[in-house]
Design a protein around this ligand. Structure first.
Ligand code: FAD
Ligand code: UDP
Length: 363
């Protein structure tokens, strides 16, 4: 079977590039996906009670990239949504990230922003060279906030100490000296009005796109020929693990439905210091759906299983760089997305990279 373009993986990376090839270039493209559905990790579906759930964990779209926002906006309307997170510390539910509200609630005080700045500066640990996620947190907020909000959550999420993780991990969480308790402050935020799967379906409404579900590329590799291959699966798998298996962090998702309208006070509640799970998501509070029941999801981090997070350590990056050399030498194979580029990308970055790949290399 010959296709001018073959895309491996029907996640946001694969679908964006397939959409551009089919609609922008008018060429035929085959998308090969091993799961029984499109969307990759943004896939959502209605459960048996009719509640819309995010099957692979809570997904909130946020970006400062106008072009990406408008591009996806061509396939969905957006519901206005400003994500908020509470975190359970010392038995209280406190707003996350660290803001004036968080610090006032934690210490039962009523500081002004200026007072908070002094207060935090008095606690921040001076660190000459910021090299790890632990350094980032300690140098910004000091030991007490680090140990209550970051240390144990991070150990649970990654299975290692924050001192072993590179700076990018905890740097995702901002520190604010004001009362803005939104989790993200990007200019554009929203939830696709009819869900991510519907948005993804709209992206591939094109007769030039053929999607093969339930098909592992490994198994059909020798039967498909192509002009160009865009690969969005795990890069170590592509090269038959010749430099060893890359480390990814996985999660087990456990859902429960309750016969009541509401479960918790925020879409997401984090549990840094209690339980084996990191957080609980209540889907109706993300999607705005009204229903007399409610479904929640607990996330249990684990080794092995589906690869969800590339591992942000120096060792893992060094190992990836061996694969990177091979990737750079390829002529008609392009690597895209969280698994193939081995980077902790958000949705918007994945779409940005796919648009750029199309524009710079394929169009
Ligand atoms: P994926 O979605 O992983 O798609 C890759 C696809 O390739 C998969 O469908 C896989 O089945 C398929 N595949 C792999 N190997 C093969 C093979 N051999 N043959 C055929 N198919 C194959 N981002 C945000 O912006 N906001 C959030 O709130 C957010 N929350 C997240 C929460 C969780 C728990 C996780 C895990 C991620 C979250 N993300 C979030 C990140 C977001 O999911 C990713 O940025 C995005 O989905 C990555 O898209 P992708 O196409 O690169 O990868
Ligand atoms: N983090 C933490 N405490 C929290 C939330 C996050 O220590 O309450 C750390 C943790 O290391 C996590 C990282 O910050 O992996 C990034 O958090 P984010 O919410 O961005 O994680 P994601 O939604 O990508 O899983």
């Amino acid at each position: 079977m010959y296709y001018p373009y073959v895309v491996v993986g029907a996640g946001l990376a694969g679908l964006t590039v397939a959409e551009r090839i089919a609609a922008g270039k008018g060429e035929k493209v085959l998308v090969v996906e091993k799961r029984p559905h499109i969307g990759g990790n943004v896939y959502d579906s209605y459960n048996e009670d009719g509640i819309l759930v995010h099957n692979y964990g809570p997904h909130i779209f946020h970006t400062n990239d106008k072009e990406v926002y408008e591009y996806l906006g061509g396939f969905t309307k957006w519901n206005d949504f400003w994500h908020r997170v509470l975190t359970q510390v010392d038995g209280n539910l406190i707003p996350m990230p660290i803001t004036l509200e968080t610090v006032n609630r934690l210490y039962n005080m009523d500081m002004t922003p200026e007072e908070m700045e002094k207060f935090i500066a008095g606690r921040a640990v001076p660190i000459k060279e910021i090299r790890t996620s632990r350094d980032v947190a300690l140098s910004k907020v000091g030991d007490e906030i680090y140990s209550k909000f970051f240390e144990n959550y991070t150990k649970k999420q990654w299975g290692i100490d924050p001192a072993e993780l590179d700076t990018s991990v905890i740097s995702r969480i901002p520190l604010r000296y004001n009362r803005d308790t939104r989790y993200f402050t990007d200019k554009y935020q929203g939830m696709p009005r009819y869900g991510y799967t519907k948005m993804c379906q709209a992206m591939i409404q094109n007769k030039n796109i053929k999607v093969l579900l339930n098909t592992d590329f490994k198994e059909v590799r020798d039967e498909i020929s192509y002009g160009k291959l865009i690969y969005t699966g795990p890069v170590d798998e592509y090269y038959h693990y010749r430099h060893g298996g890359l480390r990814y962090r996985s999660l087990s998702f456990v859902m429960e439905t309750f016969d009541r309208e509401s479960y918790q006070d925020a879409p997401v509640v984090n549990y840094p210091n209690d339980y084996d799970y990191t957080r609980i998501t209540e889907f109706k509070k993300l999607t705005g759906q009204e229903h007399r029941k409610t479904t929640i999801m607990k996330e249990f981090p684990r080794e092995g299983g589906e690869p969800y997070y590339p591992f942000p350590t120096a060792d893992a990056r060094a190992q990836f760089s061996l694969y990177q050399k091979e990737m750079e030498a390829e002529k008609n194979v392009y690597f895209l997305g969280r698994l193939a580029e081995y980077r902790y990308f958000n949705m918007d970055a994945v779409v940005r990279n796919a648009l750029d790949l199309y524009r710079n290399k394929l169009a």
